[in-house]
Design a protein around this ligand. Structure first.
Ligand code: ATP
Ligand code: MG
Length: 587
């Protein structure tokens, strides 16, 4: 696999294998002209007849019989325009004045242009995804190959592209500059700095579309990617290299979870990439300010294609972010990438496809919208040790309408990812934030990537919560409950309060482990719900002050022993009494 789109390959097509001495001459010619590192391949093509065709990027040397004939034909036509002699002298003159043109650079013509799309005629050999160069210096990417024209999306001001003007092939697929200096910067979908801090030095170009690592290049996901959010790390743990969807209606705290996860990587040697697609510029600048203020821009890159940018830029933004991520992953680093959000990405792609006159399918999305996201998310991986052991964890975000997870785009992405964190407006407005619906959320890689300590502390948390939810529904209608049921309800509701967590307040694995031991040890039972938050803070501070030795006893890579659990529970009970947290529950 070549990662460098700058590296060229010369292809020699002919019906029979060329003799060695010819081959050597070709190779010498190509290397002399296009650089010593140009790869050279011979391709058998029996349709060519006599002669050969050599392709190097957009340069085509057509010396097949057919090619020469058509060149000669074009030459006669031209002569005919310029001379008025009759056909026989014209032919004689033509033969004398004609030398076969070796170099043929393919040049096409703009047929139509509008809405960020151009159709082009005459570039027969252009390939899907190839970059075309327009007269005005604007670049475009081939998106649609028809029999007699190609459709191309434009990056830049489409007003500058005029009908009838020239278009050239570049022989390159879309790539973007990458390098270590991108860390800490805000860039657009083409890799240009937009933070007003000048151009970014880069080390190489990478194609924005790249095949995902193969199975043998991967290893299983087995290290936790800590988010610092108790609900997630305890019940839906995310592993390095995993893809976990964050899904929910608008304004349910989706971005907040992703941002908290980024903030929690501070000091953990992880590169974070936040790709903003179709968002308001003001929201993005607020987010950048926020990350800067909390010291997270030291290890974060923000890629943005805003609501006011063209659909083409919004379409390529996540691939550009992914290319940057791959650069770091292949250097053995751990990367966390957030795509916020893929619903807007799909909408941008739908707009492009409709403009390219592709037939609309379900919900008017084109038929290949599934592939759009699968080829993006498949690039998240935990590379094998032979490939450097780096990883890229993806947190795609999807916005639902009225909680409908069975719409087209949500079902697609749910099936591509390794689980989802489902956020619910109802919970959010009732004050349960993060508003994670425990029943509908899942992490399919999950506990393989959870620290042993946390795993042993979580116990029956999920089961207890789902029991609580069921009971809650049934008991809404009856007022007098037996004591056992009442206890279970109090316990469940206490757990829900424990899981409430403000933004920007990540909990370490140690803190999470301790809190879970305490909660499952039924210590919260007689604390009024609204004081659980204060108890949690107070108790964690209390441990730091009075029992720092617990840090050594709770080893993250081992189970928490029963006697250590007991010690924690005793400590919590004491603190509860002394700090006056126990009291009657009025709920
Ligand atoms: P959008 O659909 O507009 O992108 P979103 O789902 O990404 O919204 P956010 O922007 O993350 O939601 O959050 C919406 C609001 O809820 C914000 O004002 C945010 O500060 C608040 N919020 C999110 N999470 C929490 C939390 N854990 N505690 C308190 N407030 C929160
Ligand atoms: Mg958001």
């Amino acid at each position: 696999m070549t990662n460098n789109s700058e590296k060229r390959t010369a292809k020699l097509f002919s019906a029979t294998a060329p003799k060695k001495e010819y081959l050597d001459r070709f190779v010498a010619f190509v290397r002399g002209k296009y650089g010593e590192d140009t790869a050279f391949v011979w391709v058998k093509d029996e349709t060519l007849g006599k002669g050969f065709r050599l392709e190097v990027g957009a340069h085509i040397y057509d010396w097949t019989e057919k090619g020469l004939l058509s060149q000669f034909e074009a030459h006669i036509r031209e002569m005919r325009h310029t001379s008025d002699s009759s056909i026989i002298p014209l032919l004689r003159d033509s033969v004398q004045s004609w030398t076969p043109q070796i170099l043929a650079e393919e040049i096409g013509e703009v047929l139509t242009v509008g809405d960020g799309i151009a159709t082009v005629a005459g570039l027969e050999h252009a390939t899907y995804g190839e970059i075309l160069l327009f007269d005005s210096g604007i670049r475009g990417m081939v998106q649609q190959l028809d029999r007699d024209k190609i459709g191309c999306i434009l990056f830049g001001d489409s007003e500058l592209v005029v009908q009838g003007s020239e278009v050239k092939r570049t022989g390159k697929t879309a790539g973007m500059p990458v390098g270590d200096a991108f860390v800490g910067r805000v860039i657009d979908a083409l890799g240009n700095a937009i933070d007003g801090r000048g151009a970014i030095p880069f080390t190489e170009y990478r194609p924005i579309e790249n095949p995902a690592p193969s199975i043998i290049d991967r290893q299983s996901v087995n290290e936790p990617m800590e988010t610092g959010i108790l609900t997630i790390d305890s019940m839906f743990p995310i592993g390095k290299g995993q893809r976990e969807l964050i899904i929910g209606d608008r304004q349910t705290g989706k971005t907040a979870i992703a941002v908290d996860a980024i903030l929690n990587q501070k000091g953990k040697n992880v590169i974070c990439i936040y790709v903003a697609i179709g968002q308001k510029a003001s929201s993005v600048s607020q987010l950048v300010e926020n990350l800067t203020m909390r010291g997270a821009m030291d290890y974060t890159i923000v890629v943005t294609a805003g609501a006011s940018d063209s659909a083409s830029l919004q379409y390529i933004a996540p691939y550009a972010g992914c290319a940057l991520g791959e650069y770091f992953m292949e250097k053995g680093r751990d990367v966390l990438i957030v795509y916020d959000d893929l619903s807007k990405h799909a909408v941008a792609y739908r707009a492009l496809s409709l403009l390219l006159e592709r037939s609309p399918g379900r919900e008017a999305y084109p038929g290949d919208v599934f592939y759009l996201h699968s080829r993006l998310l498949e690039r998240a991986a935990h590379l094998s040790d032979a490939r450097g052991g780096g990883s890229m964890t993806a947190l795609p975000i999807v916005e639902t309408q009225a909680g409908d997870v069975s719409a087209y785009i949500p079902t697609n992405i749910i099936s591509i990812t390794d689980g989802q964190i489902f956020l619910e407006s109802g919970l959010f407005f009732s004050g349960q934030r993060p508003a994670v619906n425990v029943g509908l959320s899942v992490s399919r890689v999950g506990s393989a990537a959870q620290t042993k300590a946390l795993k042993s502390a979580v116990g029956t948390l999920r089961l207890d919560l789902s029991q609580y939810r069921e009971m809650e529904v049934f008991t809404q209608f009856s007022s007098d409950l037996d004591e056992n049921t009442q206890n279970k309800l109090t316990y469940g509701k206490g757990l829900m309060y424990l899981l409430r967590q403000s933004r920007y307040e990540p909990l370490s694995q140690f803190e999470q482990t301790v809190l879970l031991v305490v909660a499952l040890g039924r210590v919260l039972q007689d604390i009024p719900f609204e004081r659980i938050d204060a108890f949690r803070r107070g108790f964690l501070a209390h441990i730091e002050r009075t029992a720092p030795e617990l840090h050594a006893l709770v080893k993250l890579n081992a189970k928490v022993d029963a006697d250590v659990k007991e010690q924690i529970i005793d400590l919590a009970k004491q603190y509860k009494e002394n700090a006056g947290f126990s009291g009657d529950i009025d709920g």
